[in-house]
Design a protein around this ligand. Structure first.
Ligand SMILES: Cc1cc2nc3c(=O)[nH]c(=O)nc-3n(C[C@H](O)[C@H](O)[C@H](O)COP(=O)(O)O)c2cc1C
Length: 215
């Protein structure tokens, strides 16, 4: 089978990214771009981001997770700490997050170190989740092999019964990670593949160095 995609090509021309319009702190630029993406009708799930980890098998692996909070410190998502990604992070906390907002012709790539957030913060977020999602966190040993869909559904029913009369607590193996950035690259598509790329790198004195990269 063969399918030639050599003429799948788009010209980007919606915006530009010039140094004079960039703040000293990349989190401010992230906030501006995120708010625009979140409000844009051309972007669905602006907070869906790609998370790349280096696995125990030494291969990189990408998957989508949802950004649930960002602060001056970093970017927070929630997951099962025993999942493939959870195990990968506990061995090697160096990760990469990326967003591609096609409707805005923008990409952001964040390299950083992931660490577990405080338990009380994970508790606070877990409480806001609908009961169905809370039960799902109990029923799914995320990334483990399961025999069948029926086995999974049966596990969910067990937990529904178990917690029928009580509050559903957060499983200890489920919680947040914060990715503390060491570099953040902003990419704005431009005509003729002459895209704008501005990369911020964290310096020893905690200031950010700003550089333009060739497209
Ligand atoms: C739009 C979207 C959002 C997702 N959000 C999350 C999330 O916030 N947390 C999570 O653990 N998995 C989320 N997933 C599922 C992950 O992509 C992945 O399948 C799962 O976390 C297991 O990954 P792992 O086996 O590499 O650990 C999401 C998937 C999609 C497509």
């Amino acid at each position: 089978m063969e399918k030639d995609l050599s003429n799948h090509r788009k010209n980007y021309q919606k915006d530009e990214l010039l140094e004079k319009n960039t703040p000293d702190n990349p989190i401010e630029l992230f906030r501006d771009w995120f708010l625009m993406a979140d409000e844009s009708e051309n972007v669905h799930e602006a907070n869906a981001m790609n998370l790349a980890t280096i696995g125990l098998d030494n291969f990189p692996k990408n998957r989508i997770v949802l950004l649930k909070k960002y602060t001056w410190e970093g970017f927070i998502f929630y997951t099962n700490y025993n999942s493939e990604k959870g195990k990968a992070i506990s061995k090697n906390p160096n990760v990469c997050l990326s967003f591609f907002w096609h409707g805005l012709e923008r990409q952001i790539i964040i390299k950083g170190r992931a660490e577990k957030i405080a338990k009380n913060l994970s508790d606070g977020y877990f409480e806001t989740r609908p009961d169905g999602s809370k039960l799902g966190a109990w029923a799914s040993d995320q990334s483990d092999v399961v025999k069948s869909r029926a086995e999974l559904d049966a596990k969910l029913r067990n937990y529904e019964n178990k917690f029928r009369e009580s509050e559903i607590p957060r499983p200890k193996h489920w919680g947040g990670f914060i990715v503390k950035p060491i570099s953040i690259e902003f990419w704005q598509g431009r005509p003729n593949r002459m895209h704008d790329r501005i990369r911020y790198s964290l310096q020893k004195d905690f200031n950010w160095k700003k550089e333009r990269l060739a497209p």
